[in-house]
Write a protein that binds this ligand. Structure first.
Ligand code: NAP
Length: 285
């Protein structure tokens, strides 16, 4: 029985990155569908749940991706609404690598020092990775601020997080490097989650900050999100702060992503979202 992974992507094209990791995680075939929405997904899900005998259903799994976290979350819900009784297959939600990237970065921060009771800032946190990193830091006992260039977008992200996870994240507008440096005052933990190739801070904005203890940067495309850091940093001490670069924690992200895919094929009723993926990341880190 071939292991089939169906990508249900909310973007026009299914993510090539997710296709490759699907194969590397153990799928025999990865079939990508783009443009998936709650309105059009039902026939795709029915094709997955009605085609194999109960004991064989674990060989079919679904992966939800795309660049829009809210669209991914809505699709994840819509897929589950099609399931009934044992007519179901395992599903993973990881829009733009949101859960696996945030979980790997936060797990590496946790392995480097205490997070509980600290103040954390997720810079440019309105994207998929930032939203999940904010939740994971909060769940570890940090008080979390999320920045955006636009206060409305920051507030919307925090409202969406509250609705899904029931936790309070503090929205802050930070348009410039100086604004973002100001947002770090008094914080011990920084998670930079900006768009690829966008610098959020220069070295001068953080090197003399006395409160910061640990920083992680998810951006692996130069210029990096945190100037003066290196994408290869693996818990490196810079100016008395512990730095994790995107490739530094990227190997855990990839192993985690592959491990999640492998788990999808162990049963036909697994749902992998932030909670489950973060728990696995902590055990792997
Ligand atoms: N290391 C890994 O293994 C790995 C895996 C996946 C992704 N990533 C990286 O993780 C990062 C976050 O991914 P994502 O998909 O969540 O990011 P994203 O949605 O592309 O961008 C995140 C936020 O960056 C802000 N932004 C965009 N342009 C900006 C600019 N010119 N100046 C300042 N802020 C700007 C936006 O916030 P506002 O518009 O609200 O300001 C946006 O919501 C990316 O760099 C991505 O490449 C790393």
């Amino acid at each position: 029985m071939k292991r089939l992974l169906f990508q249900l992507d909310t973007d026009s094209y299914a993510s090539v990155f997710d296709t490759v990791v699907g194969f590397d995680g153990g799928a025999d075939h990865v079939i990508g569908h783009g443009g998936c929405t709650p309105e059009n997904v039902r026939p795709l899900v029915e094709g997955a749940i009605f085609t194999r005998a109960p004991k064989e259903k674990k060989n079919t799994a679904l992966f939800i991706g795309g660049s829009d976290m809210s669209a991914g979350e809505a699709l994840f819900q819509a897929v589950q609404k099609v399931f009934f009784a044992d007519f179901r297959v395992s599903v993973m939600l990881d829009s733009n690598g949101s859960n696996t990237t945030a979980a790997a970065g936060v797990a590496k921060l946790l392995a480097s020092g205490a997070v509980s009771g600290k103040q954390a800032v997720v810079l440019a946190g309105t994207g998929p990775v930032g939203r999940r990193a904010a939740v994971m830091l909060n769940r570890e006992g940090a008080s979390v601020t999320l920045t955006s260039r636009d206060l409305g977008r920051a507030r919307q992200a925090c409202r969406d997080i509250k609705e899904r996870f029931g936790v309070d994240i503090h929205p802050v507008q930070a348009r410039s490097h100086d604004d973002r440096a100001a947002a770090l005052e008094g914080a011990q933990i920084v998670f930079a989650a900006g768009k690829a190739g966008v610098e959020l801070l220069k070295e001068e904005h953080w090197k003399d900050n006395r409160s910061i203890e640990m920083m992680a940067d998810a951006n692996a495309t130069p210029p990096l999100g945190i100037g003066g850091a290196d994408m290869m940093d693996r818990g490196k001490d810079r100016h008395g702060k512990i730095l994790w670069g995107a490739i530094g924690f990227g190997s855990l992200k990839l192993s985690l992503h592959r491990a999640c895919i492998a788990r999808l094929f162990e049963s036909n009723n697994l749902l992998l979202d932030a909670e489950q993926i973060f728990a696995l990341a902590k055990s792997m880190a």
